[in-house]
Design a protein around this ligand. Structure first.
Ligand SMILES: Nc1ncnc2c1ncn2[C@@H]1O[C@H](COP(=O)(O)OP(=O)(O)O)[C@@H](O)[C@H]1O
Ligand SMILES: [Mg+2]
Length: 262
């Protein structure tokens, strides 16, 4: 039996998603000087160039299935954008089913998006500060049963409009596309969508279906962010990091030892 085809390989990506691959994230420590930080800087820079063609103020980060790196991508993309520009950036946890942005930023989950969408509180009271003065965070808020209807509502559209008016860049983290319709509805109010793909794991037809669903709703698919390239592109470190770090430190780095030799 042949192995299922997965997307994100070094060559021959058959599926076209927006501009194709717009970012590749190695698995590594997520500190300031890590390969991941470098990749997010590049990803942000690419988005800035796409921005010239069409204003990208509100970006949805989603994926076909769960656990592909949406929250990681949202958090670090927003952080990178804030760190490398003077833009006012906000990252919003719209994954009301498995919220995790509050964990990443180490803040309380409440009060947040669900409270705002339930018209319980004004926007000002859900905006949390981060270590970067130009990066704000909106956590998920209290857990609610089935949030899909909230994202379809005019209240959500109004909330996004208010965020647009107050920030230069809004990065939205969400639930995955295939199991629930939340991301589909969110995408209709966004300027662009990034699809995170766990390379080597997600079958190509699964990614394709997610892309199709979003396109049917009129989403502007910006491209795919390929996660977990350590498994798929082992030479990545050799080229961008491994050799460099080895020389710099006079020995094999921690990341270097993790490189698979092929
Ligand atoms: N590029 C990466 N480097 C290191 N850890 C990662 C990376 N991408 C994802 N992870 C880890 O994998 C897990 C799932 O990622 P997450 O961003 O929460 O996925 P999702 O939001 O799509 O469910 C988390 O524990 C996260 O820290
Ligand atoms: Mg998540």
């Amino acid at each position: 039996m042949s192995k299922p085809e997965t997307w994100g390989k070094a060559e021959g990506d058959e599926l076209r998603l927006g501009s194709g691959r717009v970012g590749t994230l190695p698995m590594s420590a997520l500190d300031g000087d890590s390969p991941v930080a470098t990749e997010f800087h590049r990803l942000y820079s690419r988005l800035t160039r796409m921005d010239v063609q069409k204003r990208l103020s509100v970006i949805l980060v989603t994926s076909a299935r769960r656990g592909e790196g949406k929250t990681t991508t949202s958090a670090f993309l927003a952080q990178s954008a804030a760190a490398h520009s003077d833009k006012k950036v906000v990252v919003v946890d719209c994954d009301l089913r498995r919220p995790r942005l509050h964990e990443v930023f180490g803040v309380n989950q409440r009060v947040g998006m669900s409270d705002l969408l339930g018209s319980l509180v004004p926007l000002g009271s859900v905006i949390k500060s981060t270590e970067l003065p130009n990066l704000k965070l909106i956590t998920s808020g209290r857990m609610i049963g089935v949030p899909t209807a909230l994202f379809e509502s005019s209240t959500f559209k109004a909330a996004v409009a208010e965020l647009r008016a107050n920030f230069d860049l809004v990065v939205i983290d969400s639930a995955p596309v295939l199991p629930v319709a939340d991301a589909f509805f969110i995408s209709t109010t966004c300027d662009g969508v990034l699809l995170v793909v766990m390379a080597g794991k997600t079958p190509v037809e699964v990614v394709a279906r997610a892309g199709e669903l979003l396109s049917e709703g009129g989403a502007n698919l910006l491209g795919a962010v390929i996660n977990n390239v350590e498994e798929v592109l082992p030479y990545y470190y050799d080229y961008h990091y491994y050799g460099y770090k080895e020389g710099e430190e006079g020995g094999e780095s921690r990341q270097g030892r993790r490189v698979k030799k092929t």
